[in-house]
Design a protein around this ligand. Structure first.
Ligand code: SF4
Ligand code: MG
Length: 317
């Protein structure tokens, strides 16, 4: 499968009066056609910052973002229309991402005009197609966002993102503001559409258990760095990094996706350190039960255990 997105050595440092915040540091990954890469982390891990750089909303401090073979580490406004068309995002909060003064029809029509130049007489048909793709009734075209429930608004945001026939969609916590019952429906819809269109998804989430059923590969972020990246099955069955092991041990073995995972509950060894004063050596060492002396001084490099499994920890050198 073709690699759609390749992120290499991505960094985002914010300089503040209290010091430099290394929000994202040396992050590298790929997303291929038809693939879901789960980028998982607690809040403050830098996962959304990665998403915003991929979308051109933040300028990277360093690194490359290669999409369909072109370096697109440039602001959103400067990106060619073809890149914007093929790379879309769905945000966490469907309420604030839809203009309340526009009807659903108007919201969905805008990208058709900009990106696809669909002639006016064909637009109605295309709009109805978009709504049925996300399983909403066609008379919703005349409604306004406030008349819809949270899950329905998110379906509209998904339809809008897909209206340009993108190849890759960044999903930034698309279901975490919604009820669990609605979550499942949205996830199922996203998965169905992915199969139909061979879409690549970069799925940003704090919910590791959600990834068990939908991600092809999982990357775990901790304080700005990816600490482990592996195919989902291997990731859940044979986690290598002590942080990943801690997170997975905390995921209840009960059935299904209903069981939500709250990282806060499993942190037995202290809180996440401030991203301004990062711990020396391995940033995870203050919380790591396997920490050795060198972990306090030496930062572990990313090591390939095999072709597909990467881990950043001294135990695996
Ligand atoms: Fe733990 Fe050391 Fe590995 Fe960091 S490098 S995760 S502190 S064992
Ligand atoms: Mg976020």
């Amino acid at each position: 499968h073709e690699v759609l997105l390749e992120v290499k050595g991505l960094r985002k440092f914010f300089h503040t009066s209290r010091g430099t915040v290394k929000a994202v540091n040396e992050v590298s990954f790929t997303v291929s056609e038809g693939e879901t890469l789960g980028l998982v982390g607690e809040s403050g891990s830098g996962k959304s910052t990665v998403a915003y750089m991929v979308m051109g909303m933040y300028r990277p401090t360093a690194g490359e973002i290669i999409f369909e073979g072109k370096n697109i580490a440039i602001p959103h406004q400067k990106r060619p229309l073809s890149i914007k068309k093929n790379l879309q995002i769905v945000f966490q909060d469907p309420g604030s991402s839809l203009n309340p003064r526009r009807s659903i029809g108007q919201i969905l029509e805008l990208p058709l005009r900009i990106h696809l130049s669909v002639p006016p007489q064909k637009r109605e048909e295309k709009l109805e197609e978009l709504l049925s793709m996300v399983e909403l009734p066609v008379d919703y075209l005349k409604k306004y966002p406030r008349a819809l429930g949270g899950g329905e608004r998110q379906m509209v945001a998904i339809a809008r993102a897909l209206s340009t026939n993108p190849r890759l969609v960044v999903l930034d916590e698309p279901t975490s503001a919604l009820d669990v019952s609605i979550q499942a429906k949205i996830i199922n819809t996203l998965m169905r559409i992915q199969k139909e269109r061979k879409l690549g998804y970069l799925f940003i989430t704090h919910d590791l258990s959600l990834m068990r059923n939908i991600a092809h590969r999982v990357a775990i972020m901790y304080l700005g760095r990816i600490v482990e990246l592996a195919p989902a099955r291997e990731f859940f069955e044979k986690p290598l990094h002590p942080y990943t092991q801690m997170l997975i041990a905390a995921v209840p073995v009960v059935s299904e996706e209903e069981e939500r995972f709250k990282p806060e509950k499993v942190v037995s060894r202290g809180e996440i350190p401030s991203p301004i004063n990062l711990p020396s050596g391995c940033v995870f060492h203050p919380r790591c039960i396997s920490a050795e002396e060198r972990c306090r001084v030496e930062e572990p490099p990313m090591v390939a255990i095999d072709e597909n499994h990467l881990v950043r920890c001294h135990l695996y050198r």
